[in-house]
Design a protein around this ligand. Structure first.
Ligand code: EPZ
Length: 416
């Protein structure tokens, strides 16, 4: 898929089933390297990023069988470096490093890829591994990691909250000698899911989800079965789809408690929201959203991965809304595409100020990253006329069957 033709001015109504979380599934796939026993994982979303992760595991020597349930056997891994062309495709490939190092004492991988929303450094990942006793050489864009014997548990104070680095250190510490404490740890639900997965395999992790995680190293892990948590960002994206199209959508197989800050903001915009054990219903029928002021923060603050979707909401809301991005330094590239559709937005340093208009107009727009792609597709669904969305390969990296899920809700999207 690379181009979509979208007929706009649609109201989106109905029910949608949420897929497994991309940002939980990706690290968990790489964590299977930590054990030599068989693993089964369910609710793995069918995404290109996931397929690239599986290709990387197979390249290393793992056996993979992906039917409804994903079976992985990493007992035969005998290669400890991964090819540039695969590593470069996803940010998540950085999470190969720690498990290879922890289990085999060595790893060699190129610097990872990922959405161009900032420089995406990995210094916090590498510093954490060095503190655990690893020797790390970085040259020609390649990371050479080595440890003699086992990694050694340490008390680590993260100088900055980082989801990725918290995951790297937590996974390395799982097989280290002794106790590791990660202070100022990221608290995202995906971190809890990874800790639950590792504890299923016999790890000894407590405190995941708080800013202080304790990991008592074990000598080896067993096999097991894990179900991936629902994707909270896909859920938020469909809730915004209802809010911006003045429709009513129920998201099933999701987890409301992972979206508290998003639901508070959608209620503030005027949406009527109901929630149950594993569903969320948003009703914005016959109502224009009110403009919102938002600041993205580490979890449980407002998620940066929902910034683009709420920027769209503010373009057609009543009043003036400001969104400040504090996590990534270059996550406003897509704003020019919304301005091409008639949005009244000004960028001021790390904030955008929108003056709401009644409706967007169709245009020929270009996706720049995963969440911007989803936002431009939603913009096409509500704009007057036919919108062409280009470079939609970004979309399939993180949204399973997004066009068909939207068409079932009343959109008219054709893949061209
Ligand atoms: C993860 O990225 C997610 N990606 C991102 O989702 C998400 O936006 C981000 O966490 C924040 O929640 C995956 O899980 C694959 P960070 P990650 O380390 O781990 C800086 C999406 O759309 N930093 O929490 O890369 C970094 O530059 C994607 O699904 C360092 O300085 O994010 C950023 O400013 C986009 N040094 C801040 O920390 C490091 O070594 C937070 O980054 C690592 C990060």
């Amino acid at each position: 898929m690379n181009k979509l033709c979208i007929e706009g001015d649609k109201k989106l109504n109905g029910s949608v089933t949420i897929s497994g979380s991309k940002n939980a599934a990706l690290p968990i796939l790489f964590m299977t390297i930590l054990t030599e026993e068989k693993i089964k994982i369910s609710n793995v979303p069918n995404l290109t990023d996931i397929n690239i992760a599986l290709q990387l595991l197979v390249y290393l020597g793992a056996k993979v069988n992906y039917k409804k349930i994903l079976s992985i056997d990493t007992s035969f891994i005998n290669i400890f470096s991964a090819p540039y062309d695969l590593i470069k495709k996803i940010r998540g490939s950085i999470w190969i490093l720690a498990p290879l190092l922890a289990r085999f004492g060595q790893a060699k991988i190129f610097l990872p890829g990922g959405c161009k929303i900032g420089s995406r450094p990995i210094d916090l990942h590498l510093n954490g591994l060095i503190k655990l006793g690893a020797t790390i050489d970085l040259k020609d864009n390649c990371i050479n990691a080595f440890v003699k014997g086992r990694l050694q548990g340490k008390h680590i104070l993260m100088e900055k909250i980082s989801v990725g680095a918290t995951i790297t250190i937590m996974s390395a510490a799982t097989l280290a000698q002794g106790l590791t404490v990660i202070e100022n740890a990221a608290r995202e639900p995906e971190i809890i899911d990874i800790a639950n997965f590792l504890n299923t395999l016999g790890a000894n992790i407590i405190g995941a989800g708080s800013n202080k995680i304790f990991i008592k190293g074990v000598s080896k892990l067993t096999g097991g079965h894990h179900q991936i948590i629902p994707d909270r960002i896909e859920t938020g994206t469909f809730l915004v789809a209802a809010a911006v199209s003045r429709g009513c959508i129920t998201c099933h197989k999701t987890e409301p408690k992972h979206l508290k800050s998003v639901l508070i903001k959608l209620t503030e915009a005027g949406a009527h929201i109901q929630t149950g054990k594993d569903w969320i219903k948003l009703d914005m029928r016959e109502k224009q959203p009110k403009a919102l002021n938002i600041c993205t923060l580490p979890y449980p603050g407002f998620p940066t991965d929902m910034q683009t979707q709420f920027a769209l909401l503010n373009t057609i809301a009543k009043g003036i809304g400001t969104i400040t991005e504090t996590i990534f330094e270059n996550r406003f590239i897509y704003i020019s595409e919304l301005i091409n559709m008639g949005a009244k937005i000004k960028i001021k340093h790390n904030s955008i100020v929108s003056n709401g208009i009644p409706q967007l107009c169709s245009s020929n727009v270009f996706c720049t990253d995963l969440r911007a792609a989803a936002t431009l597709v939603l913009a096409g669904c509500i704009a007057i006329g036919i919108t062409i969305v280009n470079q939609t390969y970004h979309l399939v990296r993180g949204y399973e069957s997004f066009p068909s899920k939207l068409n079932k809700l009343g959109a008219n999207i054709k893949i061209i």
